[in-house]
Write a protein that binds this ligand. Structure first.
Ligand code: FEO
Length: 398
């Protein structure tokens, strides 16, 4: 798709990728995506972000149709994940007079991506770049979702280039929300859930910065440019990045699978141990759930417990499926624990504990096991297991 004028002297010059099925290995993109690059033809010429490497040649042609690349003064790299930096080296070959502008934490990424000497201008939060008519301001947005992320604000037209924030994996060649007659809200929400969710605290910090400026339009790095009711999108980020209200009682959630009811019984006993100490507990059979419906619940929980019998020397797949979904959540420091009934080998519990530690859970207790049907002694051990986790939660929250 050819570039088009977005504002006076500002052009969209990105790439469409309508048939992209999966982004970053884990996120399904049923409506494809776009890699948005912007060209500013002011007294100084600037490019904001490039596009994925497979589109380098057409991207360069599009830029060249608008300006001789040798006239480009600045390439503003807001974020250097390869979907935005993949064409940087190709552009630099032609834009031989350009200086790269990026956040201080981005310098090492730029160097490692282009692997050549180049002029780099690191900027800090609040720095201004004088292009002539436009004097964009930079606002750092660390870990939204990379350490290097920053945004670029054009106060003259109240336009915020928001990098990966407020973006959507959604491809429509009309590119501007006012022109698009297809619903992309689900894609906007899905994008937050997969990309920004693990960084809610950082998102809240960025929203505090956005609140200090007057934003009337948002030009993200993926998906439609937002011009209509931008507050709706900003407020959605505000809502989705909320933390649980203070002073709410500690919460635990238990996921189990069970072949013959024994691990389910263990889940019930452990839940009773937790409840006896005032912990709010929810218990779910992992074979009967869509994990996407549980992400908020897991994120709000102070403790997450997993139970599985040992089947073929392994924990059962539905429990692994829940665990595998946790990579998009901020679970660091939550209490994690495991349990399970077994008949002869019982490796599942140890494997679950190891995975919990790898996910950065705090695993204070070795997982608990029972042989086939939990005996009275094993039932009491489960109750005590729940009780000990409850004590840890109560000590943390006091
Ligand atoms: Fe769209 Fe984090 O790159």
């Amino acid at each position: 798709m050819k570039p088009f004028k977005l504002y006076e002297n500002i052009f969209w010059a990105g790439a469409l990728h309508p048939d992209l099925k999966v982004f970053d290995i884990i996120m399904k993109t049923k409506n494809g995506t776009t890699y948005n690059s912007y060209l500013i033809l002011d007294d100084k010429v600037a490019v904001i972000d490039t596009v994925k490497g497979k589109f380098s040649q057409s991207y360069l042609e599009h830029i060249s149709n608008l300006v001789d690349p040798k006239q480009i003064d600045y390439i503003i790299m807001q974020h250097n994940e390869p979907d935005h930096s993949g064409s940087l080296k190709t552009l630099l070959k032609e834009a031989s007079n350009a200086q790269i502008v990026c956040s201080r934490s981005a310098v090492k990424y730029v160097k490692n991506i282009i692997n050549q000497e180049t002029s780099i201008k690191p900027v800090s939060n609040g720095d201004v770049l004088d292009l002539g008519k436009y004097k964009p301001e930079f606002y750092t947005a660390p870990y939204c979702h990379w350490p290097d992320t920053m945004m670029t604000y054009f106060p003259e037209i109240r336009l915020l280039f928001s990098s990966d924030l407020l973006a959507s994996h959604f491809c429509d060649s009309r590119m501007v929300d006012q022109e698009i007659d297809r619903e992309f809200w689900p894609d906007f929400r899905e994008y937050f859930q997969h990309i920004m969710r693990p960084y809610k605290k950082n998102v809240r910090n960025v929203l505090a910065k956005i609140d200090q400026i007057n934003v009337e339009a948002i030009a993200p790095s993926h998906g439609p440019v937002l011009r209509e009711n931008v507050a709706k999108y900003i407020d959605a980020y505000r809502e989705w990045s909320q933390v649980r209200p203070a002073n709410s009682p500690p919460q635990a959630v238990i996921y189990f699978v069970t072949a013959h009811g024994n691990t389910e019984h263990m889940a019930g006993y452990i839940a009773d141990g937790l409840k006896a100490k005032g912990i709010e507990v929810q218990v779910f059979d992992a074979t009967e759930l869509d994990v996407n419906d549980h992400l908020d619940r897991i994120e709000n929980a102070d403790a997450v417990l997993f139970g599985s019998p040992t089947m073929n020397n392994d924990a059962a797949k539905p429990v692994w499926d829940v665990m595998n979904s946790l990579v998009t959540l901020d679970v660091k420091g939550k209490i994690g624990a495991s349990f399970g009934s077994y008949a002869w080998s019982g490796e599942a519990v140890k494997q679950l504990d190891e995975r919990l530690r790898a996910l950065k859970f705090n695993v204070p207790l070795e997982g608990i096991k029972a042989v086939l049907v939990p005996s009275e002694e094993e039932k009491q051990a489960c109750l005590l297991f729940g009780d000990r986790i409850a004590e840890i939660l109560l000590n943390v929250s006091s």
